[in-house]
Each structure stands twice: as structure tokens, then as C-alpha cells.
Ligand binder design. Structure first.
Ligand code: COD
Length: 305
């Protein structure tokens, strides 16, 4: 079981390095992550972006680019398509977001010609390391699907299969998040959460134990669950995975974890032909490096499936 990001980094160093194609790589945090990942030998890189900016940033940082292929494409949309095509053509194993918007990168991933579509729904997962917890906690979907319906929430969970396997959480305990623990027709999130819990109970969702609706405190704190009398839930207080109702909740939750909680975070798009490293542009180089390590572990596991 991988209980924290140090264990994730160690595990990633034990498997072959991934070949990563970076879209719009002309960014200092991206280049720091590239340098860090190469030093730890968890990845090699092809950088697509504004080559003049990449070279000048690298020289300011004292970074040696001699072992890295740089493809000059200053236009971010074209850089995204080029990086995606390097992955879909087998020249790279993982796609990584650089200095461009999430929507721009995702549109390239969904491109009908060169994209990484699989016919499945693609979704995003954050993994957070929160102080005081004995496990890494996954949050999904905080960045891609804006307002998923019930069927899409089931797909979003299924996309987490490999990630939860890599983290050693099978079956993973899933809290379908809402604001309360009772079904309230005025709060649509509670209806989906209750349906997902029943689907899980009836075996319609494999590899996960889902309970909901659950508020965040009840999902994460055993004492809070006991206080509210939720002592017979298999998930309350023990959640491994937080399934959020929509992108606003997810985005705020993930950013609160980083900015208020000081958590380390990693982010991936799952369900595509290959894993995609997708963190916010403002995330640290460490978050990007942790995401590369995790993406490599997930990709390495999936190649043997
Ligand atoms: N999985 C698989 N296929 C998809 C998905 C998905 N999640 N989303 C769209 N598609 C396919 C559709 O079936 C269609 O064939 C094509 O892509 C276009 O669909 P649209 O018109 O809905 O797509 P877009 O380009 O308008 O939007 C897709 C985005 C992923 C860009 C959009 O959902 C989006 O902007 N998401 C939020 C991203 C974001 O801003 N995140 C910020 C937080 S960091």
C-alpha cells in the first residue's frame, strides 16, 4: 500500500522511467519538475513549446537541456496537439500539461484525429496527502466533467480502478459527497449519492464500496461519524476516495486542501489511452513531479492489463 507521496516516489523509482511529452513546456515550474524527475530517473522528456523561452528559462535556472528533445511550437493549441500526437503515436507514454489552460489541453486530448480517446468518459482525479491521515485520499472529478450525471459518476469511479489498485486500495471506500447524510430532493447531489450507494450494495459497481450521501467531515473523521450515529457505515470516517457532485465543489475542495490545509497534491486525467499529468498552472513543481510519478505507476500497471 502507498500511504504517502514519499512511498509513491520510491515506487516510481523501482519501475522503468516513463517517456513524457509536455505540452507548452515554457514554464519555470514545469522545467523544475522536469529536472527533478530526470534527477530521480522517474522520467525522460520531450518538451513541446516556445523553444526560445524554454532555452532562456533553462539557462536562468542553470538547467542542462542536452539530453532533452525540444520541439519549437509557440502556439499553445498546436503545442497541445503535437504533444498529444507524440503520445498517441507511441513516441511517449504520458502527456503532461504545461503553461496552457486545462480546457485547451483537454480539447487536444479529445481531438478526433490525434487524441487519446478510448470511447470511455475521461475524468480527472486529484490525490492528496493530508496531515494526520494514514492514507492518500483521491478526489474526483475536480477538473474535467463539469456537472456529471449519475451514469457519468459511475464512469468517473471506474476510471479510478487502476489508481486505487496502485495505491493498494481494493476495494476502495468511496464517499459520495453532499452537504448532508439524508436524501433531500432539493439537493440533487444527495439523490445521486443515494443511488450510487444502492448500486454499490447491489453489486452494480465493482471494486468500490460506496456510501452516501456523506458530508466531508463524516466521510473523513471517525469521531464525526460516531457523533452523528453513522457507526454501521463501511465508509464513514474511512473514505479513500471522495466523489464530488460537480466541478465547483471539487475545484474548491482541492484548492482548499492545498491553500488552507498545506496538503501535497497530484493530479491525473484517467480513462484516456494513456495517463495525463494535469495539475493547475499555479501548482508547485513538486505537485507536477508527484503527478509524473503517479502517472508512471498507473501507466505501468495498465500496460500489463
Ligand atoms: N470524456 C470523453 N469525451 C468527452 C468528454 C469527456 N469527459 N467531454 C467531452 N467529450 C467529447 C464529447 O463527447 C464530444 O465528442 C467532444 O468531446 C466535444 O464535446 P464538448 O462540446 O462538450 O466539448 P468542449 O470542447 O466544449 O469541452 C470539453 C472540456 C473537457 C474542455 C470541458 O468539459 C471543460 O471545459 N471542462 C472543464 C475544464 C476546466 O476548465 N477545468 C478547470 C479546472 S482546473
Amino acid at each position: 500500500m502507498l500511504k504517502n507521496f514519499n512511498q509513491v516516489m520510491n515506487a516510481a523509482q523501482e519501475i522503468p522511467p516513463a517517456r513524457v511529452a509536455v505540452a507548452a513546456a515554457h514554464d519555470d515550474a514545469v522545467l523544475e519538475a522536469v529536472r527533478g524527475a530526470m534527477e530521480l530517473e522517474i522520467a525522460t522528456f520531450i518538451l513541446v513549446g516556445d523553444a526560445a523561452k524554454i532555452n532562456s528559462l533553462a539557462s536562468e535556472m542553470g538547467m542542462n537541456l542536452s539530453k532533452i528533445r525540444v520541439i519549437d511550437e509557440p502556439d499553445t493549441r498546436k503545442a497541445a496537439l503535437k504533444a498529444v500526437s507524440l503520445v498517441s503515436s507511441g513516441h511517449a507514454d504520458i502527456l503532461m500539461k504545461g503553461l496552457l489552460s486545462t480546457a485547451e489541453l483537454l480539447r487536444a486530448v479529445l481531438d478526433k484525429e490525434v487524441g487519446l480517446r478510448t470511447g470511455r468518459l475521461l475524468s480527472h482525479s486529484f490525490v492528496i496527502e493530508a496531515k494526520g491521515y494514514d492514507r492518500l485520499v483521491v478526489m474526483t472529478d475536480c477538473a474535467m466533467n463539469i456537472r456529471p450525471d449519475l451514469a457519468q459518476k459511475v464512469e468517473i469511479l471506474r476510471n479510478c480502478n487502476s489508481l486505487m489498485h496502485v495505491l493498494g486500495k481494493k476495494p476502495a471506500r468511496v464517499a459520495a459527497l453532499a452537504a448532508v447524510e439524508v436524501v433531500n430532493p432539493d439537493m440533487p447531489a444527495t439523490l445521486d449519492a443515494a443511488a450510487l450507494a444502492k448500486m454499490s450494495e447491489r453489486g452494480q459497481i465493482k471494486n468500490f464500496i460506496v456510501d452516501g450521501p456523506l458530508a466531508l467531515d463524516i466521510a473523513m473523521a471517525v469521531e464525526a461519524a460516531a457523533h452523528k450515529g453513522l457507526t454501521n457505515s463501511e465508509v464513514a470516517g474511512k473514505a479513500d476516495l471522495l466523489l464530488v457532485p460537480n466541478i465547483e465543489v471539487g475545484n474548491a475542495l482541492a484548492k482548499a486542501a492545498v491553500y488552507f490545509g498545506g496538503c501535497r497534491i497530484a493530479g491525473l486525467v484517467l480513462g484516456a489511452a494513456k495517463p495525463v499529468v494535469l495539475t493547475s498552472r499555479s501548482d508547485t513543481f513538486e505537485a507536477k513531479m508527484l503527478s509524473i510519478a503517479l502517472a508512471n505507476l498507473v501507466g505501468n500497471y495498465e500496460k500489463d492489463l
